[in-house]
Design a protein around this ligand. Structure first.
Ligand SMILES: Cc1cc2nc3c(=O)[nH]c(=O)nc-3n(C[C@H](O)[C@H](O)[C@H](O)COP(=O)(O)O)c2cc1C
Length: 196
């Protein structure tokens, strides 16, 4: 029997979206999506994240170009190929890009940030907004010029981006297959292995 509810349904159906409608997301919807990040768990309740919402085509294109330059310097062939692909835009020309940054002196900034980003992806999906977590902008986001260009508060560094927009086509909830990895319990001294 599969247990189901609204949260589990959102978790199971969320898929990365890489084609967006030419329609901006309302500000109130974006506020609700960003607020979902606030409720993520964080080490010592540090809440060490900072989010930047970009709705500026020139800036998004500039970051995409700089990220592709960094990809071309990679030693991994598929990354170099993406960097050389004139049709590839790291943000898939989404109408809004969220930059997820972390406070450098936090207890566990990367774990905090990833928890918040996942909340954001799920909240977006639940509101009909498609998203794609973008790690391929990292080459630029981790560069010395990024904090200034992004107007980040002192002591913060950018790590990830999330492309956000209404999906171009209705998504079926299908996506890359999941492995249903076997797991095991340790129950009162007994080890029980579960094949799924
Ligand atoms: C840390 C991280 C970085 C990612 N970077 C990219 C990226 O740069 N570009 C992209 O298209 N997808 C990126 N993804 C999305 C994954 O490709 C996607 O989540 C995975 O294939 C599973 O598909 P699904 O999200 O549709 O379930 C990233 C995901 C994570 C967690």
């Amino acid at each position: 029997m599969t247990i189901d509810n609204l949260v589990l349904d959102t978790i199971r159906k969320r898929r990365s979206v890489r084609r967006f409608r030419d329609l901006q997301i309302p500000d109130e919807t974006l506020r609700a999506i960003v607020e979902a990040g606030d409720w993520a768990p964080s080490a010592c309740n540090d809440q060490s994240w900072h989010f930047t919402l970009i709705q500026d085509r020139q800036l998004m294109d500039r970051i995409s170009v700089a990220s592709k330059e960094a990809l071309r310097r990679s030693e991994t062939k598929w990354m170099v190929d993406l960097g050389n692909n004139p049709d590839f835009h790291v943000f898939y020309r989404a109408p809004t890009v969220l930059i997820a940054s972390y406070r450098e002196n936090a207890v566990d900034p990367h774990a905090d940030l990833c928890a918040a980003v996942e909340n954001i992806l799920l909240a977006a999906w639940s509101l009909g907004v498609g998203s794609c977590w973008v790690g391929l902008a990292r080459g630029f986001l981790s560069s010395p010029e990024a904090p200034m260009l992004l107007e980040l508060p002192q002591g913060y560094k950018a790590a990830y981006a999330v492309a956000l927009g209404f999906p171009f086509e209705a998504t079926t909830g299908n996506g890359p297959a999941r492995k249903s990895a076997p797991f095991h319990w340790i129950k009162e001294g007994k080890v029980l292995r579960e094949e799924r």
